[in-house]
Design a protein around this ligand. Structure first.
Ligand code: ADP
Length: 326
């Protein structure tokens, strides 16, 4: 009902719409209409009320609530189920719980902020309110558990495409899971999996996209490593349209991978990579070495050339630092 009222208000643009018209067209009482209008105001919609003329929608809030994002969705199945929060610990944890309760493939969790956003290796992801897209997606692929880490690479490629299409900005992909612009991190991706020996139960792809953070929104310790689309473009970026494009690109890439395997996607990843060709420092739990990143293999692992031979590093175990990026 709330959605239907919103649609009516939207379709009247700058004109007033009488409470009586709404109540007649939607077959609800005037009191019910009034209650829904109050709820919309609470949610951030600025609605002018006039005793004689009725209601008029003045300002639509910059929120990623279902009413606002669904009109931007152009997908077959991705995002058909939306869990929306104003405030949450971590979208990945919520998505994990939902997946465990049987959430269907394509379920998305979106929050306006995260209090405990997750990075890899137990690191945090700073996720201030209304400034980014803090998103997790549930997938249930039929492929082998060994292929799951490549979903991070798949998401990186899909996000790069979506961001380029919406803003004209081309990011570089830092292996395995970051999108960078000018050596600063714009997007972080965290993929988690639940699997049996030979089949995947579910995969959660978590994405943190710094959209409208301004310089002053970025904490001191991240100033030298983080950036946002607003900082790069000097403009506020439409989070709703970008979210719609991200889901479209993710759906497209995932379907391609399920149909044909990861080959094409890994090639695109290579083209967009800023890690390959660089001298990198690799930090693992019990190892630290340097070498030249020369390629990724069919499993998505990074191949590092050292005097002793090729070293293979797997995402999840290590952090890498590019020497040129320091
Ligand atoms: P790594 O960069 O080692 O692969 P992650 O991809 O998991 O690690 O990202 C987590 C790291 O990213 C944090 O330790 C922090 O330094 C940085 N970070 C946290 N929040 C943000 C943010 N909103 N934008 C950019 N970088 C961030």
């Amino acid at each position: 009902m709330r959605n239907a009222i919103l649609e009516l208000l939207r379709s009247h643009g700058a004109d007033y719409l009488s409470g009586e018209d709404v109540s007649r067209q939607l077959a609800v009482s005037r009191t019910a209409v009034w209650k829904h209008i109050q709820a919309l105001k609470q949610a951030g919609y600025e609605i002018e009320s006039h005793t004689r003329l009725g209601y008029r929608l003045r300002v639509v809030p910059d929120r990623l609530c279902p009413e606002e994002i669904i009109p931007h969705f152009n997908t077959q199945w991705m995002g058909k189920r939306i869990l929306y929060f104003n405030d949450i610990g971590s979208t990945n944890i919520e998505a994990r719980d939902e997946a465990q309760r049987g959430a269907p493939e394509g379920t998305i969790v979106v929050s306006e902020m995260q209090n405990n956003g997750m990075g890899r290796l137990a690191r945090g992801w700073y996720s201030p309110q209304y400034k980014g897209i803090w998103l997790s997606v549930v997938l249930r692929p039929k492929f082998r558990p060994q292929d799951a880490p490549k979903c991070s690479l798949m998401a990186a490629v899909a996000l790069e495409r979506a961001i380029a299409a919406q803003t004209g900005i081309h990011c570089g992909i830092k292996w395995p899971n970051d999108l960078l612009v000018g050596n600063k991190k714009l997007v972080g991706i965290l993929t988690e999996m639940s699997a049996n020996f030979d089949s995947i139960n579910y995969i959660i792809i978590g994405m943190g996209i710094n959209v409208n953070l301004l310089g002053e929104d970025i904490p001191e310790d991240l100033q030298s490593i983080a950036t946002s689309l607003a900082i790069i473009t000097g403009k506020t970026v439409d989070r709703k349209a970008l979210l719609g494009k991200i889901l479209k690109e993710l759906e497209y890439s995932y379907e391609q991978v399920c149909r044909e395997g990861f080959g094409k996607l890994l090639d695109e990843w290579r083209q967009k990579s800023i890690t390959l060709g660089q001298i990198v420092d690799v930090y693992g739990l019990d190892q630290h070495f340097s070498g030249q990143a020369v390629d990724i293999d069919a499993e998505g692992a990074l191949l590092i050339e050292r005097p002793t031979g090729i070293e293979r590093v797997v995402a999840g175990d290590v952090s890498i630092r590019m020497k040129t990026a320091e």
